[in-house]
Design a binder for this molecule. Structure first.
Ligand SMILES: C[S@@+](CC[C@H](N)C(=O)[O-])C[C@H]1O[C@@H](n2cnc3c(N)ncnc32)[C@H](O)[C@@H]1O
Length: 307
């Protein structure tokens, strides 16, 4: 197909007044504009101080789901707890009040800017924060936590097997893991709207939708159950939860998703089309407005298991 396009352009552009150099440039521009780029996903280098601050300000949807996760996980006074992918640490503060002065909460996250905010805003004798990834929990001894949770994190994690092996290692025998993550089998309204806009031109010819970093590493509920099983966990339970919220403007939703994804939203779209795509997605989201605001639905899976 590409060869056909190149030869078609060569045949049709080459006219007496166009020199060979100009023809080559025209072909190059055409190819660049129509190239479907395959982009490395979960890029941890795109975070900025503004995105980190925005996330702290706008992440009520993650915080509310996280509170449900923690309640269902059964954290209690005196527990030692690890929050993996803690972001700016809002849930760590919440958990520190539950475990009290006899307990301990450690938050880790690979984004130093978010750990900086957490350290500045959330202080306590029973709290600590570290920069680190889920795939390598070498900072911690084996069997050192009663409970470990990942809230709105697992769909970003590239190596899930390594992550679960490490979690299994650092959990005490009988300790529990709780995961709240996107359910890949049931995309929420943002994903559906994004896909619908990107299926139109000029995006369709330039975007590989399976490369969307927002879902590239998300798993279905059966896949999550299987991953937990092969990592040695028992007493596995899963539940799908639908969350509905209302936003007063679509710009806030775009800010939320950009900051939640630490700058990864729409990176599978060529740079020169990203702003236009975000505008069209915001316009589509406005169509879900009713008297309460713009309806925003997400579908998550909550998984629990024991070592
Ligand atoms: C949407 S935020 C959730 C933050 C926090 N858990 C909350 O509930 O607000 C996703 C977080 O996952 C983190 N993350 C991405 N890949 C990770 C990995 N491999 N290990 C640990 N955290 C990771 C990001 O740095 C980011 O802070």
């Amino acid at each position: 197909m590409l060869i056909y396009i190149v030869s078609y352009i060569t045949r049709n552009i080459k006219q007496p007044e166009v020199n060979e150099h100009q023809t080559k440039i025209t072909i190059l521009i055409f190819l660049l504009q129509n190239k479907k780029e395959v982009i490395q996903v979960t890029n941890l280098k795109l975070d900025t101080p503004l995105l980190a601050e925005k996330y702290d300000e706008l992440s009520n949807i993650q915080f509310d789901n996280g509170s449900i996760l923690i309640e269902k996980l059964g954290i209690k006074e005196g527990d030692r707890v690890l929050d993996i992918g803690c972001g700016t640490g809002r849930l760590v503060r919440y958990v520190s009040n539950v475990v009290g002065s006899n307990g301990k909460v450690v938050g880790i996250d690979p984004l130093p800017l978010r750990i900086d905010i957490a350290r500045q805003k959330i202080k306590g004798e029973n709290i600590s924060f570290e920069v680190g990834v889920s795939e390598d929990l070498g900072l911690f001894e084996g069997s050192s936590f009663d409970l470990i949770y990942l809230n709105a994190v697992f769909h970003w994690v590239v190596n899930k097997e390594a992550t679960l092996t490490e979690i299994y290692r650092v959990l005490k025998p009988g300790g529990r893991i709780g995961i709240n993550t996107q359910a890949r089998e049931s995309p929420g309204c943002l994903k559906l709207t994004t896909d619908s806009v990107l299926s139109r031109q000029p995006y369709a010819k330039a975007v590989v939708s399976s490369e969307d970093p927002m879902i590239k590493h998300a798993v279905t509920s059966p896949e999550l159950k299987r991953l937990l099983e092969v990592s040695g966990f028992r007493n596995i339970s899963l539940e799908l939860r639908k969350t509905k919220r209302y936003y007063q403007n679509s710009g806030e939703i775009i800010d939320l998703v950009t900051s939640s994804s630490f700058g990864n939203y729409l990176i599978h779209v060529p740079v020169h089309l990203q702003e236009q795509a975000a505008f069209e997605i915001a316009t589509e989201l406005e169509k879900a407005r009713n008297e309460k605001g713009i309806e925003f639905i997400s579908n998550n899976v909550f998984a629990f298991a024991q070592k």
